[in-house]
Design a protein around this ligand. Structure first.
Ligand code: SF4
Ligand code: SF4
Length: 479
């Protein structure tokens, strides 16, 4: 598949290569929700003492994926709404053992591969896996047609793969071998920015002899690292079975869980954006107090904190107190409360734009200072077509927007809204600042829900027809 659309957004505030280790905190606030997970089943009681790696709660809708205690501590369940609070936090020995009886039981049922999958799930590594097409957590007991491993992260400003790989190349290649142990003959596609680079050669040297790893080079244009785009590019058809996808941190977590049988409790995350003093990467555990991060890195108290990248991240709610289990980066942008007077009429010397329509096109390329201000946009669609031009999925967001505006969901479905990979480029380039990404995500969800309801209704009707048929046959027999 030819790659289309895409655009690299020039923004100020790119995180530096280094990693700062955050000091240990004596209290952790673990949110019970993250982007994909809702930890709805508690595994601990009020006041219970736990070790690092113990399971605090599980998401019953996602194969029981656990929320792990990142450190030892005492559990407080009601101290803060929506969180498990760990007090008296200490860096004690982590849980490394697995319940022997359970392992025997799994081995009898599923063999050694079953044990590995069980370890990935319960030691916190499975949460780094995605279904390439839906973005959801895949079934840990499923059989994928392939695994896509990406060392590339192109959205500003999420954690960079090269930063995570630094000094951990051996763990990474060992993690790749561990992934292979989960498969029979299916390939692993390793996505790299440059397959002739020193890093790629080092990886190649270490995995020499493993024919199942195929390297794939991609242009460094956002969002060509998106798993859905990569799966389509590789010709992996949706109806041929799931495609698992995982980034650098997931391979490192797989190594930790399967090679060392240790829980994955530490994260490297980025902290970037124009609201940050010294954009960088930090090492911290889930639940780490956001207040402490703000205090150290955020320039203005009113700055907006976004969980994730500049395009697809979500604003952190005021009542969220700690890093969630899935956080890959924090983006901080200055909050502009009021519209700039006649902002839309300004010539735009300080604004970089997808199209060279501002005075800034006379300047050398520069990174824009990104804020929450709208500067007078937020207007109806002007049919410029820029959103269609950058869309990497090959659909027409401007057309779908018009259908949705008139409640024509069937037409939106026919225009293949389902192919949207939710990259947010259309919203970014739109001169009218229409939140196309959100509109398309909502439409996808609505259409999927309607289709599921129709499917259930058809099943119900089929079942009723069968029961009626059986009743008629039994009546005929008794006559
Ligand atoms: S329509 Fe979807 S895939 Fe296309 S640019 Fe917008 S968010 Fe990205
Ligand atoms: S970029 Fe915005 S204004 Fe231009 S066609 Fe798309 S929705 Fe309309």
């Amino acid at each position: 598949m030819r790659l289309i659309g895409g655009y690299n957004i020039p923004l100020e505030g790119k995180p530096e290569h280094g990693i700062s280790v955050m000091p240990e905190s004596d209290v952790l606030y673990l949110p019970l929700r993250s982007r994909r997970f809702t930890f709805d089943e508690l595994s601990v009681k009020e006041g219970q003492r736990v070790n690092g790696g113990d399971i605090l709660a599980k998401d019953t809708d996602n194969y029981g994926v656990p929320l792990l205690a990142p450190r030892a501590g005492r559990v407080r369940l009601k101290a803060r709404d929506g969180h498990i609070v760990l007090e008296e936090v200490a860096l004690l020995e982590e849980r490394a053992d697995m319940a022997e009886e359970k392992m025997e039981h799994i081995e009898q049922e599923m063999g050694a591969a079953g044990i590995n999958r069980y370890k990935l799930l319960t030691l916190g590594a499975w949460q780094f896996f995605y279904d390439a097409y839906s973005g959801r957590l895949p079934d840990p007991l499923g059989t994928p047609q392939a695994i896509i491993v990406s060392t590339v992260s192109l959205e500003p400003f999420v954690v960079r793969g090269d930063v995570q790989l630094h000094k951990r190349l051996l763990n990474f290649t060992r993690g790749l071998e561990q992934l292979q142990s989960l498969l029979e003959y299916q390939p692993i596609y390793l996505v790299m920015p440059d397959i002739k680079s020193n890093l790629a050669n080092l990886v190649r040297d270490q995995i020499r002899g493993y024919a199942w790893v195929k390297m794939l080079e991609i242009p460094l244009t956002y969002p060509y690292d998106d798993f859905g785009i990569l799966a389509r590019r590789l010709g992996l058809k949706r109806n041929k079975g799931p495609v698992w996808a995982v980034r650098t941190e997931g391979v490192l977590a797989a190594d930790r869980a399967l090679t060392m049988t240790k829980p994955c409790t530490v994260r490297i995350i980025s902290i970037g954006g124009t609201g940050v003093q010294g954009p960088t990467h930090i090492k911290a555990v889930p639940g780490y107090p956001l207040e402490a991060i703000r205090y150290k890195y955020v320039l203005e108290p009113a700055a907006r904190l976004i969980n994730g990248g500049a395009l697809t991240g979500e604003a952190v709610r005021d009542d969220t107190l700690g890093l969630d289990a899935e956080c890959r980066g924090l983006t901080v942008i200055p909050e502009l409360q009021e519209r700039e007077f006649l902002g839309f009429a300004r010539p735009g010397w300080d604004r970089s734009c997808y199209v060279p329509c501002y005075l800034s096109s006379l300047r050398k390329p520069f990174r824009e200072r990104f804020t929450s201000g709208l500067r007078g946009e937020a207007r109806p669609c002007v049919s410029c077509g820029y959103c269609d031009e950058v869309c990497p999925a090959g659909i027409m967001p401007s057309l779908i927007h018009k259908y949705l505006y008139r409640d024509l969901t069937e037409e939106a479905d026919q225009a293949r809204v389902d192919l949207c990979v939710e990259c947010g480029l259309c919203s970014y380039v739109c001169p009218s600042k229409i939140d196309l990404r959100k509109q398309l995500i909502d439409a996808k969800d609505l259409i999927a829900k309607e289709k599921e309801e129709m499917r259930q209704e058809q099943l119900r009707q089929e079942e009723a027809r069968k029961q009626e048929e059986a009743r008629r046959q039994s009546e005929e027999k008794s006559e």
